[in-house]
Structure formats: structure tokens, C-alpha cells
Design a protein around this ligand. Structure first.
Ligand code: SF4
Ligand code: SF4
Length: 291
């Protein structure tokens, strides 16, 4: 079983549209949506949820006002300014958004007035789609620990793929180069970077390509919306070659992608997107040929 992770560096390049098309083109695959901070693959694949589990990713501090003597030590030791001192009378409290869950305040409180307990950061799901199993998640608003959740989703998707003797695991990774992306790509067999011919697309491609190189993962590039700026598209291709990265394909710009999404289908299932669908099929052939 091989694992292909689709990432983008920059957001909005069409990574999820390409992932959805690959899910449709694969014969025997499991799909994992690891873009947990902004999951949207489900909008196209319309999964039927079979199992739901809570994601307990961290701990949260909470002050018991009945035990607190208002000494203020927790304000001093918190490096994240998460403990709020009352202006006049009132209770010390912890701002859940600012709290990083480090536990220092609870360890130092002389009255043991701060509870430090597991918290539920979201939910994750095992689902069935028209193309096979899918593992995905919904992280709560402003919740942390998305890297941990990505690792959990990948682990579960791998387990299902091995159990059901699938040939391929297709992972929709996170944008950027931070912790969730590292959790998305570590140990993968191939990374496909979907970029677009803009200066920010080219810049972010360089950053994420370097990240993949640091983990020695074979990497390919897809230039999506390639005809929007042929000169930058060519610069991207030249830069990729200099880095030793193959360009697996160019996909033309068309509003058929958006129209397909509105119809809850991928570009290769959408009747009025034949040329972009053919670009995507060529991309798929070139990427899977690399395994
Ligand atoms: S350290 Fe403990 S006792 Fe002191 S203000 Fe904070 S919660 Fe209250
Ligand atoms: S758990 Fe850490 S970040 Fe949160 S309030 Fe306590 S010291 Fe601050």
C-alpha cells in the first residue's frame, strides 16, 4: 500500500479539488482529509458517517474560585498571558483561547485551585463515500493540536487501508509548512505539491518543497490554473527542475471546478469540464506512474 499526500504550501491553489478527482480516479483507495483546520473535502465526496469519535488532544486549566486565595502567582507564571486578573472584586479566570495547556499554573498554584484536565478539541469520523472509505475530522473553533489530529487521522486511515487491502492512501494535507503539514507528510511515499502561477504560489512552493526535501520524500509538482500566467508557470517549472522535482502536470483554469463542487462532484465526474478533466487524468497517470 502506497501513500500519496497532496499539499500546497499556499492555500487556495485547488489542492482539495485535485484530491477529490484523484479519489474518483483511484480503483482501490482510502481517502484521508488531513486539512483539519479547514476541512472541506467532505463537501465534494459527501461521506456517509459510520463512526464518530471525540478527539481529546490536550488539557485545559480552570480555576476553582472557592479554593483560590487571589495570590496572583498564576498570572506571573503564565507565559501566554492567559490568566486574567480581576479589575476590582471578582475571580481570577483563564482565557480558553489564549491558554496553551502547558499546565504551569496548575503546578505552581499553592492552593491546588487549578484543575488541569483533558479537553475535547473536536471529533473525527470514519465514513463511506462513493469511492470507498474516508477518514476525516472537525476541529472545534480556535482549538489547538491539529498536528496531533492529523497524525491520528493518518494512522486510522492506514489501519483501514491495510485491513481492507487497499492499494493506495490518498491524503489531503494541510496548507503552509507548520506542524500539521509535517504531521501530514512524514513517512509518505510521495508528495504532490499543487501550486498556481502567482508570485505567492511560487514562493510558497519553494518553502514546502524544501520541507519535503528535508524528509527525503519523493516530490512532484502540479501547476494548477497554469494558463492564468504562462510566464510564471514556466518559472515554476524551471525552478522545480533546478530542485530536481518533476512537474507531473499542468491543469488549465476553468470555472468548471467550482461548478462541479456546487454539484458535489469532482472535475472528472462533471460533464461540462472535459478539458480540465483530461488534464487531471494526465496528472493522475503521471503521479501514479511514479510509484
Ligand atoms: S495561583 Fe492559585 S490561588 Fe493564586 S491566584 Fe492563581 S489560582 Fe488563585
Ligand atoms: S495552562 Fe499554561 S498557558 Fe494555560 S493558563 Fe496555565 S500557565 Fe497559562
Amino acid at each position: 500500500m502506497k501513500e500519496l499526500v497532496i499539499i500546497s504550501g499556499k492555500g487556495g491553489t485547488g489542492k482539495t479539488s485535485i484530491t477529490a478527482a484523484f479519489a474518483a480516479l483511484a480503483d482501490n483507495a482510502v481517502v484521508a482529509d488531513c486539512d483539519v483546520d479547514a476541512a472541506d473535502l467532505h463537501l465534494v465526496l459527501a461521506p456517509h458517517v459510520m463512526q464518530t469519535q471525540d478527539f481529546v488532544g490536550g488539557k485545559r486549566a480552570e480555576i476553582d474560585p472557592h479554593r483560590c486565595t487571589r495570590c496572583g502567582l498564576c498570572v506571573d507564571v503564565c507565559r501566554f498571558d492567559a490568566v486574567k486578573r480581576p479589575h476590582v472584586d471578582g475571580d481570577y479566570c483563564i482565557d480558553a483561547i489564549s491558554c496553551e495547556g502547558c499546565g504551569v499554573c496548575a503546578a505552581f498554584c499553592p492552593q491546588q485551585a487549578i484543575a488541569f484536565e483533558d479537553c475535547t478539541n473536536g471529533q473525527w469520523f470514519v465514513s463511506e463515500t462513493r469511492f470507498g472509505p474516508m477518514v476525516h475530522a472537525a476541529l472545534g473553533i480556535a482549538e489547538e493540536n491539529s498536528g496531533k489530529l492529523v497524525s491520528l487521522i493518518r494512522r486510522e486511515a492506514r489501519r483501514i487501508a491495510e485491513e481492507e487491502k487497499k492499494d493506495l492512501l490518498i491524503v489531503d494535507g494541510s496548507p503552509g509548512i507548520g506542524c500539521p503539514v509535517i504531521a501530514s507528510i512524514t513517512g509518505a511515499d510521495m508528495v504532490l505539491i499543487v501550486t498556481e502561477p502567482t508570485l505567492s504560489g511560487m514562493h510558497d512552493l519553494g518553502r514546502v518543497a524544501q520541507l519535503a526535501a528535508n524528509f527525503s520524500i519523493p516530490t512532484r509538482v502540479c501547476i494548477n490554473k497554469a494558463d492564468l500566467n504562462p510566464r510564471i508557470a514556466q518559472d515554476i517549472e524551471n525552478n522545480a527542475h533546478k530542485r530536481g522535482i518533476g512537474v507531473a502536470g499542468r491543469v488549465r483554469y476553468t470555472d468548471a471546478f467550482t461548478k462541479a463542487q456546487i454539484m458535489q462532484c469532482s472535475i472528472v465526474e462533471y460533464a461540462d469540464g472535459a478539458e480540465a478533466a483530461e488534464d487531471t487524468r494526465n496528472l493522475w497517470r503521471n503521479v501514479t506512474h511514479g510509484f
